[in-house]
Design a protein around this ligand. Sequence first.
Ligand SMILES: Nc1ncnc2c1ncn2[C@@H]1O[C@H](COP(=O)(O)OP(=O)(O)O)[C@@H](O)[C@H]1O
Ligand SMILES: [Mg+2]
Length: 342
Amino acid sequence: MIIGMTYDLKSDWALSPDDPHDANAEFDKPRTVERIIEALEKGGHTVKKIGNVRNLLTQMDHLDVDIVFNICEGKQGRNRESQVPLLLEMRGIPFIGADALSLGMTLDKVIAKKMFISEGIPTPRFFVARDHDDLKALNDIGFPLIVKTRHEGSSKGISSNSRVTDYESLKRQVHLIHTRYRQSALVEEFIRGTEYTVPVLGNDEPQAMPVVQVSIGGNTELGDDFYTYERVSAGGVRYVCPAKISPELTKKMQELAVRAYQCVECRDVGRVDFRVDEKGNPYVLEINPLPTLDPDESFNIFPKVIGSNYDEILNKIVNFALERYGLIDKKYMEQSTAELPR
Ligand SMILES: Nc1ncnc2c1ncn2[C@@H]1O[C@H](COP(=O)(O)OP(=O)(O)O)[C@@H](O)[C@H]1O
Ligand SMILES: [Mg+2]
């Protein structure tokens, strides 16, 4: 197959003076794009680099690819992840991964949480706040809280000040999200405990991969600790896989991960983030239909636990998409996914 590749490099978009310091956090490093291309080429494909949405727009009439591998995050707005899939859909060009609707629904964490709640998937209690008037909802939840951006990823907007235990700090953080990140804040009950992420692959019967546990500063018992943009950038976050947890908790999170994936109609690939409280109750924080494929992250870690590797997993993702579009044989798919854990 000829696979077009759409991506945003950190260097593609210049920061403006009004942008927060972490504005480029979600874009990829050239090394990640090269590593994905290497994996797809090992799978026998030819890869054509397209680049970001602006490049796609100029190439729309002469793309000449069978399918597109899309990891674009987009520059701005809560539909930024949907822009490339929407253009491809408009032209009838097949692409790997979630469509525009699922990407919009999940980038906006508030919409995703409403979907989870409607399906009985546990997620931390929350309210949305723009200004002081919205803070009355606090009475239903109480402190401690975490104040997050509503539609960003990669811990953008999350610093050590994001966990708040008093009214003044809450007000300050909501104001910061509103003015600096130009969106309303998602205020959530802070889940004291541990943290995990669960990759999911597939379509008709999506399968949860091994649970990956988050370790910060060498510690998996996070308690009040959490991911911040600074911590991730400084390499302070590590992963333990398989997570050293009971088979029951593993099963619970894997089941919830698949339900969350189905609930927002993810396709081919996704990754669900969890916190687990001190009583052992898991909560879905969010689902990422465009999980990072950075070779230093979870997608290069969990494959080893199932006797696979990065290259094989990426090609399975491609095959799930090809199967969806009827571009490969069902029998071939059954053989190629036989070794995934069931
Ligand atoms: N309700 C919460 N309780 C405790 N920690 C949280 C909560 N929500 C987010 N965090 C911390 O902030 C990090 C980023 O939050 P998340 O909702 O996954 O957004 P994103 O990864 O898109 O930036 C999480 O990995 C976790 O460490
Ligand atoms: Mg997350």
